[in-house]
Design a protein around this ligand. Structure first.
Ligand SMILES: Cc1cc2nc3c(=O)[nH]c(=O)nc-3n(C[C@H](O)[C@H](O)[C@H](O)COP(=O)(O)OP(=O)(O)OC[C@H]3O[C@@H](n4cnc5c(N)ncnc54)[C@H](O)[C@@H]3O)c2cc1C
Length: 379
């Protein structure tokens, strides 16, 4: 790949590649099979500075920027998409704090998140509000110097392990998305109940839970930004998050290509290797071409974020393309593996299941198309 990454970015990429090969790849399949949260791996990743890669050094982060973050996440995801999403969501939950947090909020929460002492989570989705967060119903009512929050959230990644949640709630029944506000809610908040793990199709080593909020009291100081900033804060977090999911999908795509190349050069039918059939070789060519495009789009969005330019459009394009690419690559990889790819003996079975969610979370492909077309048709 000829995209001009710096020596430092290349060093980080190689360091994470080596770590992934030694520490994650050997246990990823078993963690998936057992539904085992990779706590030990996360501790080691934290020591390498991978949990707060975009957090400034003054708050204990690695402060290496969005391009390095994307490169690292691609490497992790090529071995274990579950570990990648845990890392991505923790980084995502630091973003609103960095952009909208008070100095006190930043100094309190960023060091434990960036050092990996605890994980972060982002609680937006509700049973009746998925693609349309403007319709969410969780209600925060001001009472003196605190808010009382009641409602429910679903599909919260890292929920069973997070030390704090960036939670979006409605501070007025009127006003649609303009009446949303964001809060920092520690997991120890009385009235916050963490529900049971979802039984998911993939990402078995990650945690996804519902939350119930019953008379949760949070102080005014736990609000992020101003009342009414909630929608803007959520969208800012998701812009960054989409670079994370595009990186995760690119990593999955890379793994699909690697597995396909290896298998098609090992397996013989009709007296010759699968790879010597043009039908198979062309599938590999298409996978490589689309993977390269996804990687470039993802790095482009990350670079634009580093330049502190608006990257909403670029992040949505990257997320849309990379997630659809990962699903096509997983389909082809499984096809190349034949019946064996349909069994748990081969990594492509896990890749196929893990790829599926990338077109759904942090905005479905349809939602990305809404974002991109809105940007294109503006003015
Ligand atoms: C494993 C997992 C982890 C997740 N983690 C988190 C998390 O950490 N925090 C969090 O807040 N949420 C999380 N989510 C929720 C996720 O972001 C939502 O599932 C997603 O936004 C879609 O919402 P929905 O499932 O309610 O689908 P719906 O919004 O009901 O959509 C159903 C279908 O209709 C389509 N659709 C909806 N509206 C339109 C429209 N206007 N035009 C065209 N098509 C449309 C959608 O694209 C989709 O295909 C997670 C989900 C999963 C599966």
């Amino acid at each position: 790949m000829a995209w001009p990454i710096t020596d430092e970015q290349r060093m980080i990429q190689l360091m994470v590649r080596e770590f992934t090969r030694k520490e994650i790849e050997p246990v990823a399949a078993e963690n998936d099979r057992q539904g085992r949260f990779p706590a030990g791996i996360l501790e080691k990743m934290a020591e390498l500075g991978l949990m707060g890669m975009m957090v400034p050094a003054q708050y204990g982060g690695a402060e290496v920027g969005a391009v390095s973050y994307s490169l690292a996440l691609q490497e992790i995801a090529s071995a274990c998409a579950s570990t990648a999403v845990i890392m991505s969501v923790t980084n995502l939950s630091c973003e609103p704090l960095l952009q909208y947090g008070s100095e006190e909020q930043k100094s309190h929460w960023l060091p434990p998140l960036a050092s990996g002492e605890g994980l972060g989570a982002f609680a937006l989705t509700e049973p009746e509000a998925g693609s349309d967060p403007g319709s969410l119903r969780t209600l925060a009512v001001k009472a003196g110097d605190s808010y009382r929050i009641n409602g429910s959230k679903v599909f919260i990644t890292n929920g069973a392990h997070a030390i704090t949640f960036v939670l979006v709630a409605r501070t007025s029944q009127e006003g649609g998305k303009k009446a949303l506000s964001a809060f920092l809610m520690p997991r120890t908040t009385p009235g916050l109940e963490i529900g049971p793990e979802e039984e998911k199709m993939g990402l078995h080593a990650s945690s996804t839970v519902p939350l119930t909020l019953e008379e949760c009291s949070v102080s005014l100081e736990q609000r992020l930004g101003q009342e009414g900033d909630g929608f803007k804060i959520a969208m800012t977090a998701l812009d960054g998050g989409r670079i994370g999911i595009a990186s995760q999908a690119t990593g999955i795509g890379q793994a699909c290509l690697d597995e396909s190349v290896r298998y098609s050069k090992e397996r013989k039918q009709f007296g010759r290797f699968l790879a010597s059939n043009q039908a198979i070789a062309w599938m590999i060519a298409d996978m490589a071409t689309e993977l390269e495009a996804a990687r470039l789009l993802t790095l482009q969005a990350a670079y634009q974020k580093e330049l502190k330019q608006s990257f909403t459009r670029e992040a949505s394009i990257a997320k849309l393309y990379a997630s659809e690419m990962a699903n096509r690559a997983a389909y082809s990889a499984l096809q190349i593996h034949g019946g064996y790819g349909y069994t748990r003996h081969y990594k492509v079975e896990r890749l196929y299941r893990d790829a599926r969610v990338t077109t759904l979370y942090e905005g479905t492909s349809e939602v990305q198309r809404i974002v991109v077309s809105r940007e294109e048709l503006r003015g």
